[in-house]
Write a protein that binds this ligand. Structure first.
Ligand SMILES: [Zn+2]
Length: 433
């Protein structure tokens, strides 16, 4: 008996959580935040707890698996993005089982969540036996954070491939390529749980190497001798930051990373020796504790490039603080602001970002937007994945109804039939195979 419980992420981009029930055992895949609701709560400055987050739909509602709680053997986390790992802090203590994840994600959990669950570290491209009947394997994929994986769950009925958050990047700037060889070897995939985030985007998602060329094109062609240079990207996007660091060096400036979330992700990566930013750049965790230093830097902005948090317009992040004149570091007319990210398309985040851009315009900054490539494969990448894996069934996940329907339409083009072997679910529903 195989049951798939869609706990979260089947009606929105984020809040990912799926439970796989196999006879008398079960395991949980991911425990993520719905960032839009989480950011909205942060702004209200409410002291958060599990109940508030649940009532506001910021974390998955695990009621659907309440009756099988005793069966759950492990919480498996695919990668360290908050929409996959951010709810661990609030939800994992309710489960008496270990968390199984890659070393980088484990480091991030350890740093950001105080929980008693045992954390088991398993390298990418390695397997781990959870019980007599259950084994998982972390298959390395390219995405936009170190050590991202697809999770293969081997069951007595065949393999389940949890394939969220992946792209097929042949020129990653950090880490290894997607392990296509291993994916090709899988010959008994009963179910693919597929990433629908970009299923509605035609074509292929370009390599991280393209983002580097975009940044290079801007940084090497601008007249900016005396002007300040501010860049922002996702705090977790270590590969992009590595590119920025190199290019900033090439134009003869010194990189300064500012912001707590940047600091957390960078420190986790440094601890595992994936990168070494601190020998080549300044890292400032708390801007308010570094007023004197920032004041000095503000007097000779042409010597530095500032990589800051706040690309989504988060009100407490560094870029908003600078735009609000709350720090010693200022934005002057003609200073350059590069957004090396896309705006997460949810209401609170879009509104915040718009407000930030208006403030930057009032300061007469030169603004560069969408200097970015996505970490999620587009429609044709997803088609290739389905070809490579040839799953018997496909379940669309990590998207709202429109995005999941796009994935189902793609599968339909490839011969799958809706309701028979390609499936759509809502949060709280269960699929039997
Ligand atoms: Zn992700």
């Amino acid at each position: 008996m195989l049951r798939i419980h869609g706990v979260g992420g089947y009606e929105e981009v984020g809040r990912n959580m799926t439970c796989i029930e196999i006879d008398d055992e079960a395991l949980i895949l991911d425990m993520g935040l719905y960032m839009d609701r989480f950011v909205a709560l942060q702004e209200k400055k409410i002291k958060m707890n599990r109940e508030i987050l649940l009532n506001e739909d910021a974390i998955p509602n695990d009621n659907v698996i309440k009756s099988i709680k005793k069966k759950i053997r492990a919480i498996v986390i695919s990668h360290a993005h908050l929409d996959h790992v951010g709810a661990v802090k609030w939800m994992a203590p309710n489960y008496e089982c270990p968390i199984v994840t890659t070393p980088y994600t484990a480091e991030y959990i350890k740093r950001t969540a105080r929980i008693k669950n045992k954390i088991i570290r398993v390298n990418v491209n390695s397997s781990y036996k959870i019980s007599k009947k259950l084994e998982i394997e972390f298959i390395n994929v390219t995405h936009s954070i170190p050590q991202s994986t697809m999770v293969r769950i081997s069951t007595p009925y065949g393999d389940i491939l949890y394939g969220l958050d992946y792209k097929n990047d042949n020129h990653p700037m950090l880490g290894r390529k997607t392990n296509i060889k291993r994916l090709r070897e899988l010959d008994n995939v009963i179910l693919l749980i597929a990433d629908s985030t970009n299923a509605d985007v035609e074509g292929k998602t370009f390599s991280e190497a393209i983002a580097r060329e975009m940044l290079k094109d801007i940084l090497f062609s601008l007249e900016m001798e005396e002007n300040g240079l501010f860049l922002t990207t996702f705090s977790s996007h270590i590969a992009r930051q590595k590119t920025m660091l190199k290019l900033i060096k090439d134009i003869g400036r010194e990189a300064v990373f500012i912001g707590r979330s940047l600091y957390d992700y960078i420190e986790s990566a440094e601890k595992l020796k994936l990168i070494d930013f601190s020998s080549h750049a300044k890292l400032i965790k708390n801007a308010r504790d570094a007023e004197k230093l920032l004041n000095e830097m503000n007097k000779k902005k042409n010597e530095y490039a500032f990589i800051v948090t706040g690309g989504m317009g988060e009100k407490d992040a560094i870029l908003s603080q600078i735009a609000n004149d709350e720090l010693a570091l200022k934005i002057s007319p003609q200073d350059i602001v590069i957004f090396s990210s896309a705006v997460i398309p949810t209401p609170t985040i879009q509104a915040n970002r718009k407000i930030l851009e208006q403030k930057l315009h009032r300061k007469k900054a030169r603004i560069f937007k969408d200097v970015h490539v996505s970490g999620h494969g587009s429609r044709e990448d997803l088609r290739d994945l389905i070809k490579i894996v040839s799953p018997q069934h496909i379940l669309a996940a990590h998207g709202d109804m429109n995005k999941c329907a796009s994935l189902a339409t793609l599968a339909n083009e490839m011969g799958y039939i809706l309701g028979k072997n390609v499936h759509l679910m809502q949060n709280g529903q269960t699929l039997k195979i």
